[in-house]
Design a protein around this ligand. Sequence first.
Ligand SMILES: Cc1ncc(COP(=O)(O)O)c(C=O)c1O
Length: 489
Amino acid sequence: MPEQPRTPYLDAVVGYAFRGPGRWHVPGHKGGSGADPGLLHAIGDRALLADVPQDIRGIDVGPSPTPYEQAEQLAAEAHGAARTWFLTNGATQGNHALTLALAPLGAQVVVQRNAHASVVDGLVLSGGVPTFVAPEYDEALGMAHGVTPDGLRAALERAGRDHVRAAFIVSPTYYGMVADVAACAEVAHDAGVPLIVDQAWGGHFGFHPDLPRSALQLGADAVLTSTHKMAGSMTQSAMLHVARDSRVDVAALGRAIRLVRSTSPNSLLLASLDASRRQMAVHGETILHDTLAALRAVHGRLKDIDGVALVGEEMVGRPGVAAWDPLRITLDVRGTGRTGFDVADALRQTYDIHPELATHAIVVLVVGLGEPAEALDRLVGDLDEVVRTIADPGGVVPVVKSPLHGATTAAVTPRDAFLGKAEVVDVDDAVGRISVESIAGYPPGIPALLPGEEITADAVRYLRELVADGARLHGASDPSFRRVTVLAR
Ligand SMILES: Cc1ncc(COP(=O)(O)O)c(C=O)c1O
């Protein structure tokens, strides 16, 4: 890829920002002169000077391809896509656009039940009708994996092959488990529908031979990467890729993206996408080589910590797990007699270490692209020490059984529920009613209740237990989960 060392958008922004142009346009901080001194001190005048608006000649206006268009083309080339869009409202924006384009009013789609909340929020916007496919579920660890090809096929049958428009799955999961995307693509294509893969957590996939292949390489029609999560761009920046020979209507998707896009996308976020693409395409393999070697070196030591087990490679081959992302350190801490919440708290309080996610059984630590060996080394030492201090050999860790593992069908469409006449009731009186809210325990941010779903006793129990254990309820109008909003009768 001879063009990959270029960063046309980053270079164009930098060229404009620092040549002293007459900035008689927004933003009103004017590159720093009008900015609050605290902000100026925090991020510096360079960031403020590079904060330029859309529609500057030589950046995203002028002869085509503009530097902006070139940057998206280079990203498409690096990911093996026909078309890539830069997103400045995260993978969330991508899911909104995908649902608007592929699940219009009344259209049937198959959706993995533990999809990110933004998929169902997208269905609220679009009016599409989901048939859910349950993820595989590890009861002992309380951990949802991906869907299986058979599960997807059954859901497509249930949705009615003649009506269904698309299948939405997630891979990898929060825990780094990768679904059998190639087989799922075959199943979706046999049913005549595109496979959409939310690869939010896998923006680095395909850039090193020891990492899982990317969903685009495995036959998905459209793939989201939340580039900021694992692939080095700034928070809130993401990409949406459409495959060559995709079954997705590129023009319709482009219109949908415009609908959910600000007319003032942040140039720093966009430039960071251009730069992270270059880093990944040009240096990714080398950087990852060193990081993976450093990780292998600490895996043995992690396994030696009493009561802690590394959850990863040995999962591969189980239903819903076809591969595994080594950049996730997923630890089963049940053997310590303490919960993942306890271990995460102790790491925070003792060493100011902040894990990505804790559940009853699990602690997940995200490893960066270029994680220094010393940082990994120190982490293992600190973890060993913390576990030794708090371990409770007689302790039994409860695992809260998630209600997500049974496939459900929304009783009412997400849109009708969300926009319908609502009332607030006590949670005790809510079983059997239709939820208007999307409520997810955070982390991991997977909704236990969706708009349009009948509220079950299981869902109530699960959310209550999460609150009791200190998890935050994302999307709940009452974070203490005493009251909940339901469709009025
Ligand atoms: C599977 C999945 N999809 C989408 C998103 C949303 O991504 P973003 O935060 O970039 O909007 C997340 C966020 O955690 C996620 O886990």
